[in-house]
Structure formats: structure tokens, C-alpha cells
Design a protein around this ligand. Sequence first.
Ligand SMILES: C[S@@+](CC[C@H](N)C(=O)[O-])C[C@H]1O[C@@H](n2cnc3c(N)ncnc32)[C@H](O)[C@@H]1O
Length: 252
Amino acid sequence: MASDWERAGERSWKQKVPSWGIWALPESALQLLPATMDEMKSIELGCGTGYVSAWMRRRGAHVVGIDNSLEQLKTAERLMAEHGISFELIHGNAEDVPLPDASIDFAISEYGAAIWCDPLIWIPEAHRLLKPRGLLTFLGGHPLAMLATPTSGASCDEHFHRAYFGMHQQDWRGVEYDPGGIEFNLTHSDWHRLFRETGFEVIDYLELQAPQGASGTQFGIPGEWAEKWPSEQVWKLRKLPTEGEESHLIGN
Ligand SMILES: C[S@@+](CC[C@H](N)C(=O)[O-])C[C@H]1O[C@@H](n2cnc3c(N)ncnc32)[C@H](O)[C@@H]1O
């Protein structure tokens, strides 16, 4: 499907000011990126065409983007050349990143690992990669949007179509409308438990609302629906230092 994402990638690469998610909400409202990223080591997990990586590079970060689609990475390479921006790309699985422990200051995913990787695997993997007190921010679909999507894959409506408890993976491959892949989400309490058990603290949690008057349907979410209910969520996490690391950090 990489060719379907080229045009959107080209548009986002041109943006000097980031905007996020299906409603293109501005960075000034969401603050997903650290204000300055000079010399920060950052990674985008499931980078696709790499526009988030480009935004971080423009803020001064050293950036690595990882994606398991070679075609997406080819688009990212082309756009790097066209924009005169360069960062490292890895063709690989964001659940198993070939980089050392504690080597990253800031990790991010917008609809990459955030929804396409198993959280029980990629959250601990992101934790492994981060330095003590390193940050992980990710944006993906809200559990409510998953519940309100009919089993046919048609657009969200005002009914619940599946159980909330036990939510983990949703297979969209065989559905009637807009068949996709296997997507992951958890209940709120399961996300919290996973973060706590992995060693993250939650710094912030956002439930994204479509702007007033949002028209049309984006990726199966009608604008009217997303004005009333959250279609997307953002988690902002910090890696808790272990006790030994804590005293080392204070000592320094
Ligand atoms: C919708 S894109 C999101 C990336 C970016 N925000 C964009 O829109 O181009 C989802 C990306 O996640 C990648 N992806 C899916 N599963 C992955 C995995 N296990 N490891 C790395 N990347 C993965 C896909 O190849 C795709 O490029």
C-alpha cells in the first residue's frame, strides 16, 4: 500500500509546523515534540514516509526511522533527497529494533508501532531503547473508536460492536469495507498496567477531538462522530530510572 501514502507524505514533508493525526491538529495544541531537540537522539517507530522524522531533524535531533516496509523507506529516501534533509533509516521491525539499550532520548510513533505493533512487545522494546528518563510519545486510535466500528469495517456509528474488556488485537483483513491489517489497542486499565509494569510513568494523556465543523469521514471516522467522542489518543510517557540509575543521576 506504500504508493497510497506517497502524496500524504509529500504534503507532510513540506509542512514546517507539525500537525497530528487524522484531524491535523496543530503542534501548538498537542505539544508532541520537545520544543528544542538539539543533539537529542530520537527514533520514529514505524516511520512510513518519514515526515515526523524530518520534523525532528529540523529541530536539531539526531534521528533514526525504522519501518518494515522497504517501499515506504524508498519514499522516505526520495523525500530526504528532495528536501536536503538526512537521517538514518532502518528496514526492520519496531518490535525488535537493532539498536543498543539506553541509546535513545526520545521515541515517537504516529500510527506506526502505536497501532501496528503488539503493545505487549513494542512498549517494553521502546523502554529498552530509552535512556533513563527518556520520553516515549505515541498517537493512535482511541479504544472508543474501535468499539464503535461495525464488524463490516464500515464507518463508526453510535453503537458498540464488540467487547471492551479483553481488547487487544483487531483483524481488519477480511472485512467488507476498506480491508486493512491487524491493529492493536488496549483498554485504559490495561495500558496503565502495561506502562507501570514496564517502568514508565504517564506524563500526559490526550483524547483528541475533531475541530468544530470537521466535515467528511477520515479513515472511517465521521467528523461529526469525532466532535462528540474521542477518535484518537496520545500517550506521553517517561522511562522511570531504576534505583541505581536514580542515585547515579542525582550524583551527577
Ligand atoms: C500509517 S503509517 C504511519 C507512519 C507515518 N506517520 C506516515 O503516515 O507515513 C504506518 C507505518 O507503520 C509501518 N509498520 C507496520 N508494522 C510495523 C512494524 N512491525 N515495524 C515497523 N514498522 C511497521 C508500516 O510499514 C507503515 O509505514
